[in-house]
Design a protein around this ligand. Sequence first.
Ligand SMILES: Nc1nc2c(c(=O)[nH]1)N[C@H]1C(S)=C(S)[C@@H](COP(=O)(O)OP(=O)(O)OC[C@H]3O[C@@H](n4cnc5c(N)ncnc54)[C@H](O)[C@@H]3O)O[C@H]1N2
Ligand code: MOO
Length: 678
Amino acid sequence: MTPRTPRDGDPLDREVDEALALANEAEPAPEGPGYSDEEDWADAALNLANGRPDRPAPERGRGGSAGSTGTDWAETALDLAHERPGKRRASREERGGDGAGGEGISDADVYVWRQFLGNSTSEGTGSKSMRSSAPAPQTPAPHPKRTPAAPTSHPHPLMDEPHPSPTSWPDARAIAARAAVKEAAHAAPVMRPLSEALGQVLAAPLAALTDLPPFDTSAMDGWALAGPGPWRLPTDDEGQDHGILAGHGEAAALPDGHAVRIATGARVPPGATAVLRSEYGTAADDGWLHASAAHPVVLGQDIRTRGQECRSGDQLLPAGTLVTPAVLGLAAAAGYDELPTVRRPRVEVLVLGDELLTEGLPHDGRIRDALGPMVGPWLRALGAEVTGTRRLADEADAVCAAVAESSADVVVTTGGTAAGPVDHVHPTLRRLGAELLVDGVAVRPGHPMLLARLAPEHREKPEHRESRESRENPQSPESPEGPGTSEKSETPGPQTRPARHLVGLPGNPLAAVSGLLTLAEPLLRTLTGRPAPAPGPAPLAEAVQGHPRDTRLVPVTFRQDAAVPLRFNGPAMLRGIAVADGLAVIPPGGAKRGTEVEVLDLPWSAIATEQLSYGGQARRADQARPADQARHADQGRPADRAHRAPQAGHRAPRASHRTDKAAGHRDGEDISPEEGPA
Ligand SMILES: Nc1nc2c(c(=O)[nH]1)N[C@H]1C(S)=C(S)[C@@H](COP(=O)(O)OP(=O)(O)OC[C@H]3O[C@@H](n4cnc5c(N)ncnc54)[C@H](O)[C@@H]3O)O[C@H]1N2
Ligand code: MOO
């Protein structure tokens, strides 16, 4: 995060005020007695609204460093990668192809990736396999209107109480960041022409293919000079001085005491010792050039010497750099026609919930689906190629089949993570024999969020498949391949297929946002090869009530240097986050006014880049799923949300996808003295 500069009374502050007014317009829900998950937001919100100081937060250590666990390893790995950039080969992109597997990947590639992504494949604390879960009590009675979760001997502990041993928020992020290291290491880079590389991430360091400038170049229109003046000017038979223009081969050597007209960008002829700007010299009729007395000629002036910016082979940018317009320009200047980019992970979104409407106003107990239009674009902003958003009925078999059959690298579900009668995510994972890496996180909102690994062989267990298929189609003989059959011809077999992951986002909309930032962001960061964002602490403008045990993520906007907590931060509310600049990480126990807390960036600046490159990867993804595109035309393109970027209180994009470790900078190279004020 870049530092926020105080700008008292500036228009930005008025925008912040407007954002706060917008977010705080209505009265919040009445305060409930005692502490509860639903009350914690309302309590802080009421205090804010009424100008009351929050209840004093218990003293505690600096919890603002929470989450750094998840970033340190990546930064260390990045350092390593910088120190030893490997030579990489990259396979050409096969459009529409899965691209999975290790095609064209060398040991050096794997080395670089390992160094970049970190060597550890440990799952960290809190990792456990569902297959080894202890037997648990009976499932509850089915919901009268919806299909109950499949009977199982392993009901989730949430049935009786909140998850007994949720993973801590920093651990959850660290586990998510490490979860797909192997998959990222084996994904072959995709070569993209410069015209299609915007918004992608460099899969290898960008090394200069040429010296820059490639030859000694005139920085000004004027004369190339050899030695001290006055200088003899050449003329042809008609008395014309044609001079040297840009874009031509090497000119004849300039003899001492001679000058020749030269244009900006032209090759300086051998023997030239300086360039004299046209406004600083006078060419007399007698064929002699004189420098003005006010501008004595200095050796080498206004010549950009070869290699001033870089030598061929110099590393200009590290792997993991987001390809911006400036990166495209630099790459072109340095001799690139195409760039090795990280293959975008393919993500499918499954929206669960019979109560959800895709259009119109809420009615008859049904509400609008807020996550279908939000999650896909959010994931795109995190670098994913979203292959589609499907809405599923609350039916155990439908959910299980959709997860089992998805060919995406990452399946993101919304809703159904808890242990209600129609919450099918846990039962589905059990049926598929998935390995739960994170099962509940000590964070509010969003504590039922989960992350699971679906290994290629983790297809629906035969006994479940058999009973489901006989229910679905009693006449048909059982397919030996199970639900994966239809895609088998298009995708590599289990031996070559990388593991898939599933992120289960809770259904409450702000809880889902919490899951996106806690689990999806680090997972996709690894899969997209992006460096971890630099931690961005900011002091709190107000005290924020804490949860007694869990981390809280609270939408904030920035006023000058401080993070101002926004109201309407309840688990089911999006009103706060819609005007927020980030999510403040409030440690258990709360934080006093002025406490420095970590603020998680929202990926809108990446959306702006994505918008510029729209028509590339994302559009192809939609074309690959025309049915989904037609059915879910309301999903919202990144472009739609990008228009919201300059919203109230929104500061200039912070350095989420940049690294301060950009290589190649040498002291004194940022401005050429000869190119000072002209
Ligand atoms: N006995 C317990 N019940 C619940 C607990 C608990 O600890 N013990 N945790 C609560 C918390 S916290 C959350 S968050 C939710 C998570 O539940 P699910 O992930 O199973 O989500 P649903 O039950 O399907 O939905 C919850 C809520 O969100 C609404 N919803 C769902 N999807 C959408 C959508 N796409 N757009 C808008 N709103 C959506 C849904 O209608 C529900 O109101 O569990 C609590 N229960
Ligand atoms: O209420 Mo739930 O904390 O996860 O949103």
